[in-house]
Design a protein around this ligand. Structure first.
Ligand SMILES: C[S@@+](CC[C@H](N)C(=O)[O-])C[C@H]1O[C@@H](n2cnc3c(N)ncnc32)[C@H](O)[C@@H]1O
Length: 215
């Protein structure tokens, strides 16, 4: 295993995180043991963050002590890998659908750095009092108003932002690249500093990762 980013390892074209909860699988991912450490394969077809890394993204945005606000946590597939990396940090994981939230609670019960929050990311006033010193805003909500949701939440964070844009959720008939550029222009007009717009296809079709500095 070669460490390519803090807590993220690569071997033969696949990426892994070292499990914070050895012996348990979160979403049926493959595990590999090496030198007494259990590594969980990070599947780019199940997690846009894994796709982003496999597309060559090499910024160390997630570190051992990262404090992350994660919007659209679902049952915790990606959250579980962030939890492996940010061992001394915390992930405030917001999800509004009851079914995945139940699985997220079960995941959080096994790991000490996940705080599950049942809530709508459009109504941050309901969870913002729970947060402190957040340095990364990660959003993956697949909603038509995903840019507005990001704009609302950006004020809670100082550091970086990763917005996983699902272009088809904004406009199902327009070309995904055109949608991503229009959304990026809208975010910029509203004061967001975009550093990069990365096409996640073919791993995650019709998705773009927007990499943002939040000052
Ligand atoms: C594409 S899935 C997220 C997958 C997850 N990020 C992962 O990689 O493991 C989108 C999730 O966002 C949630 N969601 C959508 N709109 C939301 C909102 N306004 N507030 C909170 N969660 C929302 C959905 O219920 C769904 O579980």
């Amino acid at each position: 295993m070669e460490e390519i980013l803090p807590g993220i390892y690569e071997n033969a074209g696949r990426i892994y995180t070292a499990s914070a909860d050895p012996g348990s699988s979160v979403y049926g991912e493959r595990t590999v043991e090496e030198d007494g450490i259990e590594y969980r394969e990070w599947d780019p077809r199940r997690s846009k963050m894994a796709a982003l890394i496999l597309k060559g993204f090499r910024e160390p945005v997630i570190k051992k002590n990262s404090r992350i606000l994660y919007l659209g946590a679902a049952s915790g597939t990606t959250v579980s890998h962030l939890s492996d990396i940010a061992r001394e940090g915390v992930i405030f994981a917001v999800e509004f659908a009851p079914d995945p939230f139940t699985s997220l609670i079960n995941l959080a019960a096994r790991r000490k750095n996940i705080i599950p929050i049942m809530g709508d990311a459009r109504h941050l006033e309901r969870y913002s009092p729970l947060l402190s010193s957040v340095g990364l805003l990660y959003q993956d909500v697949a909603q038509r108003d995903q840019s507005d949701i990001f704009l609302k939440n950006a004020g809670l964070v100082k550091g970086k932002g990763i917005l996983m844009l699902k272009c088809r959720s904004v406009d199902v008939s327009a070309h995904p690249k055109k949608v991503a550029e229009t959304e990026a222009a809208y975010l910029r007009k509203n004061g967001i500093r975009i550093r990069e717009l990365i096409d996640l296809s073919p791993l995650e079709k019709d998705h773009y990762a927007v990499i943002i500095d939040i000052l």
